[in-house]
Design a protein around this ligand. Structure first.
Ligand SMILES: Nc1ncnc2c1ncn2[C@@H]1O[C@H](COP(=O)(O)OP(=O)(O)OP(=O)(O)O)[C@@H](O)[C@H]1O
Ligand SMILES: [Mg+2]
Length: 505
């Protein structure tokens, strides 16, 4: 493999790694850094992490300090003892600095644990407990202070041996109280540092364990809240959309989440009870209205049959009574349809039908009405048949509703374009008007029962709801696209699968 191929390979690998990483970042952003989980991460886990890091850092520092101080006091105690020894016994005996210092290192007993260095004031005479005479004295800060008569300590790298050491220096006095030299006690920090490192690792281990434990218990806790809340949310949404049979299921019933679920279930129960009562009321009132309406319609028809004996105003009045009764009857029928649909008792009586023929019949019927309102319906009749297994009357009801809406919401002098075609095993009937249109806020609710949005036009707001349900019962769909003040396109779509046709035969 040459260098270019190798570079190419490397670039590909980096690209794929980047892709994988971005997928993970997305997952983390969507599922971890959201909602309660995010708050928990920041508020509980973040704070725990911070506290653990803080406590253990401070603890580490305190332990280190303790160990170092221990070393310093041991060195100091030893140094004090040796300087007193020099002052009281050695100097009075030898009366010479050089001989005294040498005798002192010889008498020093703790050579194996610490090093003792003694020197004259200038440092020109210096002895160490490890090997007698020293060529030069490495001057540390504590030593310089000891020359000034103070006892001091120092921690750092002792250059001659390259080791990390702790040293304590103090002045050496004669029995007359004259400072003649310095004494430095020194100990390597190697062993102490090793012990400290072990302790630090232990601290990090314990800290890590606490953090992992918090993460685990937290994840369990979060899961026990986030998942059921998500589930309750989905169920509440289902109920809001009208599915009154949706219920929250949960295992632990005795906590707040359980009680919330129960409340939602009770609410759904109450809602469906109200819904049932409403449907029963609508159904019974519609049935009650039907009988007097039929009588009124029948009698007005009879009166109109003998209209030649009436004067103009009376005839006009009876005509109005007739048309309004018709309208009322239509409304009552719609209400009955709605309650049948809602309690699931609407049955389709399907038969092999020519969809196109039914559609065209409705279009032509509506053309007259459109003309009377100065609206032009543009439709080019199709030659072919569109056979399908449908409930003829219900399908016509859908066509009627949609074209009726288009006429109602068009302006005088307007135009409605209607088309029918077969596309990918579906029969499509499209009604497009250029009228008032529907606002974006109203559009999602337009198929809800009794929803009329901001429309001031006559109608009870049931037409589209019933039509949509009828289309669903047929396995089809009713789609509405609309822009306010531009117009509306309604697409009625039926599946016309070949097996359906065969089944009909
Ligand atoms: N072609 C359209 N252009 C503008 N708005 C429309 C159109 N079709 C429907 N809408 C809006 O949708 C609402 C609901 O229509 P729907 O057919 O369900 O009820 P309706 O026509 O008011 O009454 P009904 O059909 O029961 O007599 C209407 O009130 C109207 O606001
Ligand atoms: Mg309507």
């Amino acid at each position: 493999m040459n260098k270019r191929q190798w570079l190419e390979n490397l670039r590909e690998k980096i690209e794929s790694l980047k892709e994988k990483l971005s997928i993970w970042v997305d997952v983390v952003r969507k599922h971890i850094f959201t909602g309660i989980t995010r708050r928990w991460l920041i508020n509980v886990f973040g704070v725990t992490l911070l506290v653990v890091v803080l406590i253990f850092t401070v603890m580490g520092a305190i332990i280190q300090n303790f160990y170092y101080n221990n070393c310093i006091s041991t060195l100091k105690a030893s140094g004090d003892y040796m300087s007193k020894y020099f002052e009281r016994y050695i100097y009075p005996e030898y009366r010479s600095i050089s001989a005294g210092l040498m005798a002192m290192v010889e008498d020093f007993e703790d050579k194996s644990i610490m090093e003792m260095q003694v020197a004259s004031m200038s440092g020109s005479i210096a002895y160490s407990s490890t090997g007698f005479e020293m060529d030069s004295l490495y001057e540390t800060n504590d030593l310089l202070q000891a020359r000034g008569g103070k006892t001091a300590h120092w921690i750092g790298k002792y250059q001659p041996s390259g080791e990390q050491v702790v040293s304590v220096s103090m002045p050496l006095y004669t029995d007359d109280g004259i400072q003649v030299g310095t004494l430095r006690m020194m100990s390597s920090l190697k062993a102490v540092d090793r012990t400290l490192m072990h302790i630090n690792w232990m601290i990090v281990g314990i800290g890590f364990f606490i953090v992992i434990l918090t993460a685990f218990t937290g994840t369990y806790f979060i899961k026990s809240i986030v998942l059921p809340v998500g589930f309750i949310n989905d169920t509440a949404l289902e109920i809001a959309k009208g599915n009154m049979t949706a219920r929250v299921k949960f295992e632990e019933k005795n906590d707040e989440i359980g009680r919330l679920g129960q409340t939602i279930n009770t609410m759904a129960e109450e809602l469906s009870q109200t819904e049932r009562l409403k449907n029963e009321f609508i159904s019974s009132i519609s049935h009650e209205l039907r009988t007097p309406l039929t009588a009124i319609r029948g009698w007005t028809e009879t009166m109109l049959a003998g209209a030649e004996n009436m004067d103009g105003t009376t005839k006009r009045g009876v005509e109005i009574i007739y048309s309004e009764t018709e309208r009322l009857s239509k409304m009552v029928e719609e209400l009955l349809d709605m309650s049948r649909l809602q309690n699931g008792s609407m049955k389709l009586s399907v038969e092999q039908t020519d969809l196109l023929a039914e559609f065209e019949e409705t279009v032509f019927m509506m053309c007259e009405r459109a003309k009377s309102e100065d609206i032009l319906i543009e439709y080019i009749p199709e030659e072919a048949d569109i056979p399908a297994l449908v409930d003829k009357d219900r399908v016509k009801q859908v066509f009627f509703n949609v074209i009726d809406n288009a006429i109602k919401h068009s302006h005088a002098g307007g135009r409605i374009e209607i088309a029918a075609r077969v596309e990918e095993q579906r029969a499509l009937f499209i009604v497009e008007d250029h009228g008032e249109g529907i606002s974006a806020e109203d559009l999602p609710h337009i198929k809800d029962m009794f929803y009329k949005g901001s429309s001031q036009k006559r109608g009870s707001g049931i037409g589209l709801g019933v039509s949509d349900e009828i289309m669903q019962l047929h396995g089809g769909s009713l789609e509405i696209e609309s822009t306010l003040n531009v117009g509306t396109v309604v697409t009625i779509s039926f599946p016309i699968e070949p097996e359906k046709e065969e089944a009909a035969d």
